[in-house]
Design a protein around this ligand. Structure first.
Ligand code: ADP
Ligand code: MG
Length: 469
């Protein structure tokens, strides 16, 4: 069908236009009278709708009859480097006059001086985007406990009234594996259930950054902005990853302002509270504190048991309570680990066709704890310390004498000595080719600081927690 359409179009538009606007189109689906075509960007979509809707409609009717419909699938992220799924936007092609009547937000001044609106928002109700939500991450599956009471209820309130509560942005923070992503996604799922027309989008901060960079390269920053500015509920996961990325922060700042001013809901997650976030612009941090910051803490025993039971219940498996309690008491600090142990227990049991007994559980837990201890290598610690200070790992092993770097290096050495069995000279040679005396010196310096400087000690505790989770 599409090939036939193309033939007609080719005869009716200038060759250059044909090459530019029609050749890149990929037909993706034909459902009786609905043809879906994929276009490379929102701008592309808008341009086609503006200039070529008549010819598209005519040819399509010729091919598919009077009820022919055209749908677009718009690629939002062409970044071939990442294997991530592109965002797709679908909506029925609309009557042109209808399009014209819609207000166009933020016309952008293009280089040529003319006003260009790269992204018209036609009939918002019909517009649909893939919200990038995992259907398992629901409120129903999110076990409530003292550790997450405030965050959960704030999240739930936000989901009932997105953009209309005082919790805007809702800022959820906590260490790795305590349920930030799950909770943030639950809000998205709940909103979609209650308000199917609302545009919800979940995106990880890194992915946002990649998309932004790709948009810069392709000269599509305006499209990028417009896309994000039309979202009703925007969930950005792990905003600490914006640290040090100034351009991305700037762009996010504008999107944040636009959405906030329009009463749209923002949900952010981070591994640290806004006050502790480093490498982020002050004006962003200020805004992060406008709404509600709520934390997720380590779950207590009861909650850990409840989480395991919920998981088992969902999977339809029976495990003796004794075993569940044993798991819950052995793995305490991280829910992801807890689930991991449960999964390997189940895997073991099926593999060797054995009942799930305390013995088996003990074996799995032992291995789990050991595996985790193995991870605490010099490299791993170095990386954690660098992550904490937001410095590239290779800088730590460089010859620089910059104070922050030197101190970060000493801190890494200190933890390596304390938390691994590596010898001083192994530690030294792994971290920047230093000798054992340097490591010992580092160790003493840091130990002294811990004793004399209270805030330094707190910082060290924080880093240690991050290394161990
Ligand atoms: P984070 O984003 O904070 O690192 P995740 O949201 O990825 O953590 O959670 C890790 C795992 O723990 C996920 O599989 C999630 O479903 C589970 N989990 C976390 N909190 C809860 C909870 N309260 N109830 C049930 N499962 C949870
Ligand atoms: Mg997460």
């Amino acid at each position: 069908v599409w090939t036939n359409c193309l033939k007609i179009i080719k005869d009716n538009v200038p060759a250059v236009s044909y090459q530019t606007w029609f050749e890149p189109i990929v037909p993706v689906r034909l459902d009786s009278n609905v043809l879906t075509i994929q276009v490379p960007s929102p701008f592309f979509y808008e341009y086609l709708e503006e200039r070529y809707i008549d010819i598209l409609r005519k040819t399509l009717r010729k091919e598919l009859g009077p009820d022919a419909k055209l749908e677009y699938s718009i690629v939002m992220d062409n970044n071939k480097v990442s294997n991530s799924k592109p965002f797709t936007v679908r909506y029925p092609a609309q009557n042109k006059t209808e399009l014209k009547n819609k207000p166009v937000p933020f016309p952008i001044q293009s280089e040529g001086g003319s006003i260009k609106n790269p992204f018209i928002i036609p009939g918002l109700k019909k517009l649909e985007i893939d919200p990038q939500l995992n259907p398992d991450y629901t409120f129903a599956n999110f076990v409530e406990g003292d550790c997450n009471k405030l965050s959960r209820s704030a999240g739930y309130a936000v989901a009932q009234n997105p953009g209309k509560t005082a919790f805007n942005p809702l800022f959820i923070y906590g260490s790795s594996g305590l349920g930030k992503t799950h909770l943030a996604q639950s809000i998205g799922i709940e909103v979609k259930e209650r308000f199917p027309d609302k545009l919800v989008l979940y995106v990880n901060a890194n992915k946002f950054q990649n998309q932004y960079v790709a948009a810069v390269i392709k000269n599509e920053v305006n499209d990028f902005l417009h896309f994000y500015q039309m979202i009703d509920v925007l969930i950005i996961d792990d905003v600490q990853e914006f640290a040090g990325k100034e351009k991305t922060q700037d762009t996010f700042f504008h999107i944040f302002n636009h959405l906030h001013q329009s009463g749209k809901q923002l949900i952010l997650t981070s591994d640290k509270a806004p006050v502790e976030l480093q490498g982020l612009e002050q004006r962003l941090l200020t805004r992060f504190k406008w709404g509600l910051s709520a934390d997720l803490q380590q779950p207590d025993f009861e909650t850990r048991v409840a989480i395991l039971k919920r998981k088992i219940y969902n999977d339809g498996i029976v495990i003796p309570d004794e075993v569940i309690e044993y798991l819950a008491s052995s793995i305490t600090s991280n829910i992801r680990e807890l689930e991991g142990a449960l999964i390997s227990l189940l895997a073991q049991a099926t593999l060797i066709k054995r009942e799930i007994t305390m013995d088996l559980a003990a074996q799995v837990v032992e291995r789990f704890v050991k595996d985790h201890a193995k991870e605490l290598s010099v490299d791993y610690i170095t990386k954690s310390v660098c992550d904490y200070f937001n410095i590239p790992t290779d800088l730590l092993s460089s010859k620089t004498r910059k104070r922050e770097i030197v101190q970060a290096r000493q801190i890494a050495m200190y933890f390596c000595k304390n938390l691994t069995k590596s010898s001083l000279s192994t530690i030294g040679s792994t971290i920047g080719g230093k000798d054992h005396a340097t490591v010992l010196h580092a160790y003493r310096t840091i130990s002294n600081l811990i004793e004399t400087d209270k805030s330094f000690k707190l910082q060290m505790d924080e880093i240690e927690k991050r290394i161990k989770y």
